[in-house]
Design a protein around this ligand. Sequence first.
Ligand code: LMR
Length: 336
Amino acid sequence: MKSLNRLRRTLLATAVAAGAMALPFAASAQAPIVIKFSHVVAEQTPKGQGAMKFKELAEKKFPGRVQVQVFPSSQLFGDAKELEALLLGDVQFIAPSLSKFDRYTKKIQVFDLPFMFDNIEAVDRFQAGPSGQALLKSMTNRGLLGLGYWHNGMKQMSSNKDKLTRPEDVKGLKFRIQASDVLEAQFRALDASPQKMAFAEVYQALQTGVVDGQENTWSNIYSQKFHEVQKTIAETNHGVIDYMLVTNAKWWNGLPADIRKGLTEAMAEATAHANKLAADINQTDRKKIADTGKARIQTLSKEDVAAWRKTMAPVWKKFEGDIGRDLIDAAQKSNK
Ligand code: LMR
């Protein structure tokens, strides 16, 4: 009888211990899925606004089940690290500019070819078409899955010189560029000296004269205060800064199906929101820059633009093999 009681006590103790061990497991099973979304620009930019909208929509769809943490302004990871961090699972969403993927697929360089797109509407048509959509999946063999494109806008050229109208005005100057071989070739074609540099370092490099100039959208120029350390901004519209929203393919495919579906919907809505705001933000920021009177905005004549276009044209030939003629043709067709 005594030994039976002992056995009962032992069984009970074992059951209690097992229950105690199961508790934290049960609690963690209910812990929300935490999604870290890291990016390099300020919150008031199109990308910053898109990320905040995604957080709002995803958390509303899945109260207590999904938590989105947004880290703007390179707070968590800057340009040099964010793609690696995504592949290592340290963040779940990033939206680098299209120029920053050329280590993962050469085809994406089509977006960087100078004067490829007449305006952001043409970029939008290309992205929405079959070639643009195929590019979203072109890096899955490297673990990256594109979920959509977000717009920023057309690039303008700026420098610390008074004259910035013609290609010869940048000859011999040092320019900060994003990590893109096409952009490097573009500045070499201009006889300027390109320097690849992370976005977070640009203001200081311009301020201290490490570089003389840079190329960017109005919203990035204004939110980073580049206009305060540049003399002239030429309205060249010679290229585009747009983004691919990417996730870690393995992580994404491992999510419960209902979460994946809901996040896809939230992402589509956030994309529409950000893309609708992009043109407005850029135009407003252009005006704000003009109002500060700090950097002179130089509008260009048709002849000036033609001269930039002609000087940069050899870049197309140089990258045609890597990008593919079919993709270049498809992109060109979007200019109608
Ligand atoms: C840049 O590095 O200039 C841009 O790509 C930054 C951004 O994300 O818009």
